[in-house]
Design a protein around this ligand. Sequence first.
Ligand SMILES: [Zn+2]
Length: 161
Amino acid sequence: MAVEPRFLADATLGKLARWLRILGYDTRLGDASLNAAQLVRLARAEQRILLTRDSAVARRRGVRAVLIRSGQLEQQMAQLQDELGVSAVAPFTRCPVCNVELEAIPKDRAWGQVPPYVFCTQDEFRVCPNCDRFYWRGTHRQLMGERVAEWAQDERTEDGR
Ligand SMILES: [Zn+2]
């Protein structure tokens, strides 16, 4: 599998960062205290594409940056889909809160940690080693909503060829 792009989102793009994680992208959220030079340095050091709403930051040299044009999440996602081919590369693999990769756990470890209905109807559970939140496929599917779920569908179809 090709290495997917990794991202550094500026502090104004927290929602977008969560969604990129839901899709499976390693996305770091820049702290609000970072200035433009620090953001650029961090993106370069970690080889991340810098996502910013600030055109002055996007114009800086020595970093790959995308100027996010819209304040609306839907349009932001559409822009990244158009310009970078962002899609559901690996949904349900990354904690949307921490950006840490989820660990698969045996089903019995989820007992008492998830709603009983979920425990009875799901077989696959994952946990974030950082924040101890439990996830199952439904959580990410719910978070993703219809549009992104369609992308995930496309991905699966392609894999199945
Ligand atoms: Zn977490």
